[in-house]
Design a protein around this ligand. Structure first.
Ligand code: GLU
Length: 487
């Protein structure tokens, strides 16, 4: 792989909530692009919204990205430590840099202090809309020095607005969407510094992308409309903008923008529901990107080798939870049984199966059942009956065991198996088939009650291997108990 440290991407979350599916996909594409080109992947925390930013969100975002296995080269490691580069990757620790550049723009006449109150700004916006006008008046643009002094004397703290051109267009050459044109007369003068002295997102983002030498800004398409103003700021500061790539929107299965209404959308929810990070990464990679052969399964290193922005689609991508589960099952099946047990550890612990309770080794059970696992939480769920008292499903008790003649069958099996040797699947199968024949019963008339009595369920692992792994004491004990319960 080429090493090209000039390729620098970043993920720049605002820590105002969890890392959700959309943010995770943005992280992944930035990571893939950087890794693919031997570049640098930067993580920057955009915490300038003092009201909504929380440390808990920072931690959740870092945990999520770590869990996904997407390592970054520069950025925060936790709330205290950072790595790579020089200076902080928390925007709130970079305030002097933004203030210095606001000053530069003010001095160059490219920005002006704005004393309008929120009410005045809102009213200007409303009247602009009412007049069929396109852009609200910015009365402070043409404020006389005397008027400014008056405001200052009255103790009004100004915001700072950046002057957008009145005419012409700003053209974004987007690597995914192609050329997108914006009419300048529709763009209001952008607030770059709030009355609190802090920068707005659009401004801090430009200053940092430049300071951090970001070569490619890959982000969600909700930021496409911010891009023309950002490009104008680069220009005013005499800088070249990075390349932009805006990723298509993600829709839920019902065709509306993916949101909480569609169920779990935070990455940590997926972890807690038993998804494997490599499966989620694979799934997210295909949410808006594909190869010409529509290949579906890619391990992370294969994604790095195959990923390219030219494979990213403009059209919205639809999130399909069924496909994600299928993919997770594919990855789970590919793991060695010992690995399944170790990856399912938190779920096994929660079920009380660590340390392993008396009974068949978890690993052997995982080997037997691995075709059926879709999520890690299925591991304890599907194996619980080996370690816990049998709980009969409605079907098992009401339909299978309640059928006429079943009690006799169970007692016959007790007699057959009580001293049966060797207690191995092949021998058991032969003996039980012989039992069916000797009683003139169809296999199903014996196999179904047998399974229901020892497991409480009507489906599960292959019957005879299951019996072997349970061992004689458990099998015979459970057959006896079921027969007794039948009365
Ligand atoms: N902080 C912005 C967000 O979380 C980042 C936008 C960008 O990538 O430029 O949406």
């Amino acid at each position: 792989m080429n090493q090209n440290p000039a390729i620098r991407t970043r993920f720049a979350p605002s820590p105002t909530g969890y890392l959700h599916i959309g943010g995770a996909r943005t992280t992944l594409y930035n990571w893939l692009f950087a890794r693919r080109h031997g570049g640098v992947f930067v993580l920057r925390i955009e915490d300038t919204d003092e009201v909504r930013s929380t440390e808990a969100s920072v931690t959740a975002i870092l945990d999520s990205i770590n869990w996904l296995g997407l390592d970054w080269d520069e950025g925060p490691l936790d709330l205290e430590r950072e790595k790579g580069g020089s200076g902080s990757y928390y925007q709130m620790k970079r305030l002097p840099l933004y203030q210095e550049h606001v000053r530069r723009l003010l001095d160059a006449g490219r920005a002006y202090p704005c004393y309008c109150t929120k009410e005045e700004t809102d009213a200007a916006r409303k009247s602009a809309i009412a007049n069929g006008g396109t852009r609200p008046e910015d009365p402070c643009r043409r404020l006389t020095q005397a008027k400014r002094r008056e405001h200052e004397a009255a103790g009004r703290k100004p915001a700072v607005r950046f002057i957008m051109p009145d005419e012409g267009e700003t053209v974004v050459e987007d690597l995914i969407r192609g050329r997108v044109r914006f009419e300048n007369r529709l763009q209001p003068d952008l607030v770059i510094q709030k009355t609190t002295g802090g920068p707005t997102y659009n401004f801090a983002c430009v200053i940092d992308d430049h300071a951090m030498n970001i070569s490619h800004v890959i982000r969600g398409d909700e930021h496409l409309s911010n891009t023309p103003a950002q490009m104008r700021i680069y220009e005013a500061l005499g800088w070249l903008p990075p390349k932009f790539a805006h990723l298509s929107m993600i829709l839920g299965p019902d065709g509306t923008k993916l949101s909480k209404r569609h169920g779990a959308t935070s990455v940590l929810d997926y972890r807690d529901r038993g998804f494997l990070p490599e499966a989620l990464v694979n799934y997210l990679a295909l949410l808006g990107w594909s190869t010409s052969d529509s290949r579906q399964l890619f391990r992370p290193d294969e994604l790095v080798a195959a990923f390219d922005l030219s494979g990213c689609q403009k059209n919205p991508a639809t999130f399909d939870p069924v496909k994600l589960e299928w993919m997770n099952g594919e990855y789970l099946r590919g793991l060695a049984p010992a690995e399944i047990v170790s990856r399912a550890r938190t779920f096994l612990e929660a079920a009380g199966f660590v340390p392993q309770p008396p009974g068949p080794p978890l690993e052997r059970l995982a080997a037997m059942e691995r075709e059926k696992f879709k999520l890690l939480k299925d591991v304890p769920e599907r194996l619980a009956f080996f370690y816990r008292d049998v709980e009969f499903s409605e079907q098992a008790w009401g339909k299978v065991l309640a059928a006429p003649g079943v009690k006799d069958v169970l007692l016959g099996l007790v007699e057959l198996l009580d001293r049966f040797e060797p207690f191995s699947d092949k021998a058991l199968e032969a003996a039980i088939r012989g039992f069916c024949a000797s009683r003139g019963l169809k296999p199903g008339q014996v196999f179904h009650p047998l399974r229901a009595a020892v497991s409480g369920r009507t489906e599960g692992p292959t019957l005879f291997l299951m019996l072997e792994l349970m061992g004689r004491d458990m099998v015979v004990g459970r057959l006896r108990a079921a027969a007794a319960r039948l009365g």
